[in-house]
Design a protein around this ligand. Structure first.
Ligand code: IPE
Ligand code: IPE
Ligand code: MG
Length: 247
């Protein structure tokens, strides 16, 4: 019988962001090549999209490849890119079957042309879907995102499309890759590391953090539910004095 995950009286985070980490260590523990960890990790990503949706999460954003990950050995980078290619290819069908809207954040210029074309196709073909809003960080780095946003804003100011005096949080956010996506309520990082590694630095300003030792390929619905239970014990104050914890 399928395990029950009681949701009554729970405050389900609208947006969960995940730093999926530990693929390499998962493989090493099994004496497998690192790439097998990435293969298994990609399967976990597919499953967790369904699980998050089942639990009532509306937005899920995962970090798949960072601007810093290019510094890994070329063989590993090539293997991850190959996996991404296959993942994106299957994703269109799966996303449409699950009514899932997929977006990709990150800088596309450094990706091979067929990859960014697949990304555009995927975004276009799922943009009307109303189920889970799933976002993937590919060649994503928060500092790079912020610099690109500033450059774009500077161009618009030069063109007279906006004024320096117009710059506020709302306008700035409209230039970020995450424009239109609410800030994450809960950030999960697997594998025991406790750092942001250049992920969503602006967007995580008031997010609750949850760290677990579980390696990403072993992450599952149980673990996600545990994170949501922990989230419900937090008191979010946003600088004020509000919101009592629900449990
Ligand atoms: C996360 O797993 C996936 C990527 C960063 C692409 P890692 O590859 O970082 O796994 P560990 O940290 O070496 O175990
Ligand atoms: C963060 O994981 C990036 C992704 C999950 C894509 P890393 O494994 O690259 O992070 P560091 O190097 O340990 O900080
Ligand atoms: Mg890692």
């Amino acid at each position: 019988m399928a395990k029950e995950y009681p949701l009554e009286n729970l405050n389900i985070p609208q947006h969960v962001a995940i730093i999926l980490d530990g693929n390499g260590r998962w493989a090493k523990k099994r004496m497998l090549p690192r790439n097998m960890g990435h293969v298994q990790g990609a399967k976990t990503v597919e499953q967790i999209c369904e699980d998050a949706h089942d639990l009532g999460v509306k937005y899920l954003t995962v970090y798949a490849f960072s601007t810093e990950n290019w510094s890994r050995p070329p063989k590993e980078v090539a293997a991850i890119m190959k996996l991404l290619r296959n993942y994106l290819k299957d994703c269109i069908k799966r996303a449409n079957n699950h009514d899932m809207r997929v977006r990709v954040i990150g800088e596309r210029g450094r990706l091979d042309e067929d990859i960014w074309q697949k990304i555009e196709e995927l975004e276009k073909s799922t943009c009307e879907n109303t189920g889970l809003n799933f976002t993937i960080g590919i060649n994503y780095g928060s500092r790079d995102e912020m610099l690109r946003a500033m450059r774009k804003m500077g161009e618009d100011i030069k063109l007279g499309a906006c004024e320096v005096e117009d710059i506020d949080e709302k306008l700035y956010e409209s230039y970020l890759d995450t424009a239109g996506i609410p800030d994450p309520d809960l950030l999960i990082r697997t594998s025991g590391e406790q750092r942001l590694s250049n992920y969503l630095l602006w967007q995580l300003a008031y997010t609750e953090f949850y760290f677990t030792d579980v390696l990403w390929p072993d992450f599952n619905k149980d673990e996600l539910y545990q994170a949501i239970l922990q989230y419900n014990k937090r008191q979010r104050r946003f600088g004020g004095l509000m919101e009592e914890p629900k449990v």
